[in-house]
Design a protein around this ligand. Structure first.
Ligand code: 3PG
Length: 209
């Protein structure tokens, strides 16, 4: 917290993407994540509980907390009020980018093509979420894009598991890797903490490698 969120993402290496159905699961989840050595979280606003969960995470120290699935400027406002230190969107909305700029909050728009990356650059953004990474060609697609777009950093997210995460992290153009694999939605809703702890610890080892 306080530092540049992009630097924080780079240090964290792995960005757990959370879909929270019950905000009461946040305190034990945050404990499990932090004990595992994960340093960052993206709380999606795609469930009714998302905003409350984001607030719960923000109230804790030691984790870089972002909001995900942010689709419009109103959600930017609510996410920042709830303490989000960065904003992630599945695509590039000029209105979302403008609102983030007004509020001085870091924004990571999604980009799946060279054209979308170029539009992000025209908005002054050199870091994008490469989404949905596995579904649009995975590592070979990312390599081809980044060869043509020097200076752009990517946060591949979408369909990634532990194996792919390690591969992406070895790419110089990859700032960090996102995904939900280490906190499966059903495991969280079902309180399967041992499973979550093991998955988070494994993810943290990949980030540290
Ligand atoms: C996201 O919003 O970034 C994706 O839902 C995360 O992708 P995954 O669930 O396939 O890891």
């Amino acid at each position: 917290a306080g530092d540049d969120p992009l630097a924080g993402l780079s240090t964290a290496g792995i960005v757990p993407v959370l879909v929270v159905d019950d905000p009461r699961t946040v305190p034990p989840l945050a404990d499990a994540m932090q004990e595992s050595g994960l340093r960052c979280v993206e709380v999606t606003l795609r469930t009714p509980a998302g905003l409350a969960a984001l607030g719960e995470f923000s109230a804790r120290s030691g984790l870089l907390v972002g909001a995900g699935t942010v689709l419009d400027p109103e959600q930017v406002d609510r996410a920042v009020e709830a303490g989000a230190q960065f904003i992630v969107s599945p695509g590039l909305s000029p209105r979302v980018v403008a609102r983030c700029r007004e509020l001085g909050v870091t924004v990571l728009p999604g980009a799946a093509t060279a054209g979308e990356v170029l539009r992000a650059r025209e908005h002054g953004l050199a870091t994008v979420k490469f989404f949905p990474a596995q579904q649009i060609g995975g590592l070979p697609a990312l390599r081809a894009l980044s060869a043509a777009l020097p200076g752009v950093r990517f946060v591949p997210t979408g369909g990634i598991g532990p194996e792919e995460a390690g591969q992406y992290l070895r790419e110089p153009s990859v700032l960090a890797v996102g995904g939900s694999w280490m906190v499966p939605r059903d495991a969280l809703a079902g309180g399967r903490w041992q499973e979550i702890r093991e998955l988070c610890a494994a993810a943290a080892r990949i980030a540290a490698a």
